[in-house]
Design a protein around this ligand. Sequence first.
Ligand code: ADP
Length: 217
Amino acid sequence: MRVLLVAPPGAGKGTQGALIATHFDIPHIATGDLLREHVAQRSTLGNAVQEHLNRGELVPDEIVLDMVRTELIDAKEHRGGGYVLDGVPRNMTQARALYQVGLDLDMTANVALHLKADDDELTRRLLARAALEHRSDDTEEVIRRRLALYHEVTHPIVDWYGSRGILVSVDAMRPVQHVARQILTALETMSTLVDFVPESARRSIDLTGLGAAFGDA
Ligand code: ADP
């Protein structure tokens, strides 16, 4: 299974990404985590990106794409070639470049999983997390900037995945377990299709209105 997560900050990419990775036994490649590790280790790369992270700005595309290419090669050579990518692509340039990397390595994504949630809920979650984790970018001002950037440059790529027939949208406003159940149900269904139905013959799947079917009141 090869999955891309496209979601605003606070939607649960990290939580759901880890869950998908465990369920399908594939690596969870989270660009934010990788970048924060570099910062913590004070590596050359870490020093170069620290200010971007603190301000909630995107780090330069080449840095992220190089990092991701290395991780994908590792996933292919050592983990069977599946992956869940969390945090990339974050703009159209990255989306196109990542597609090219996928073609080169013969491991383009099967599913782009879009987690949908509104800004008030996202801000609430991020501020709650700030009280526990002290991430340098979980302040009110930086959260506003990260959400604005998401709407401006990241969200437009959702339509691109829709037109490629690999988009699955879920409602991330619900409790973690409900969102997880929707995701795993959708991915299990998709995983049986991906080997037999070409992308061009598929349609986007929108589960955002199906709360009741998944146990919501
Ligand atoms: P969130 O989605 O909550 O903002 P992440 O951990 O995914 O959290 O990302 C944290 C920060 O890492 C981003 O604000 C950005 O500075 C940097 N980052 C992560 N992924 C990318 C990427 N693909 N392109 C550019 N910057 C990135």
